[in-house]
Write a protein of this length. Structure first.
Length: 245
């Protein structure tokens, strides 16, 4: 399942224009990257939606008609609540969970290989012991872990991951990446540059008459002849600074 219901507040103002899962990385929506990674290892896929609901539903109907959709009324239920809302669809099955806003190039079969079917498995690109600040590529939840979740605003760290670690019922799989949590404009730009090999990413129908360095220019946007943009996102007339450092 792909968790896609969050508001993406740290990525504003871009998420005032598009829901975060539809923000393009390499001219492909984050959601499409996430679903493709899941489809490579699973037959049944689900997505939860809340913020920008209509835009999300339109995209899913047009591009992913076979994906099960869980619609949450505001407020969004969070990562654990979103899983609980899909418990009846899971019908006792384990769940491989990813976040739509984490772009990665990881083959998720590494999360499944050798799994004992009972322990929570956490896939991370952060070295060392898994903790609250670790970057999560995916988590594999056995049925007992799904059953701990309730359809109310709550997070997987508090409800499942942390308790399972303390109980000795969790294990960690480390991967090298690439993995980028697209939480901020700078991280979002970084993910695009990873995909492009460091070049600016210019969307279809965008007009670039000036110059751009390490930028993202969304489809339909314009860079005027007298503009020289460096490490920004140009989106529908907005210029969003995204310094990488």
């Amino acid at each position: 399942m792909c968790l896609s219901a969050g508001a993406g507040t740290r990525l504003r103002p871009l998420t005032d224009l598009l829901p975060k899962p539809l923000c393009p990385v390499g001219n492909r929506p984050l959601l499409d990257w996430a679903l493709a990674s899941l489809a490579a290892v699973a037959d049944d896929l689900a997505v939860n939606v809340c913020h920008h609901r209509d835009r999300m539903l339109t995209h899913l109907a047009a591009h992913h008609p076979d994906v099960h959709v869980s619609v949450e009324e505001p407020p969004a239920l969070g990562t654990a609540g979103g899983v609980a809302r899909l418990a009846s669809w899971l019908d006792g099955r384990a769940a491989l969970v990813v976040n739509a806003d984490t772009w990665h190039g990881v083959d998720l079969s590494v999360v499944l290989d050798g799994w004992d079917g009972d322990r929570v498995r956490l896939c991370t690109s952060t070295p060392g012991a898994f903790g609250a600040g670790s970057t999560v590529v995916a988590s594999l939840l056995p049925p007992w872990a799904v059953a701990r979740c309730r359809p109310e605003p709550s997070g997987l760290w508090e409800v499942v991951w942390s308790p399972a670690l303390l109980e000795g019922r969790a294990e960690t799989v480390h991967v090298d990446g690439p993995v980028v949590d697209c939480g901020t404009p700078s991280d979002y730009l970084r993910a695009n540059l990873v995909v492009s090999g460091g070049d600016s990413v210019v969307g279809d129908g965008a007009v670039v008459e000036g110059t751009v360095e390490r930028c993202v220019v969304w489809s339909g946007s314009r860079v005027e002849a007298d503009e020289h943009l460096v490490e920004v996102v140009r989106a529908d007339g907005l210029t969003v600074p995204a310094p990488i450092g």
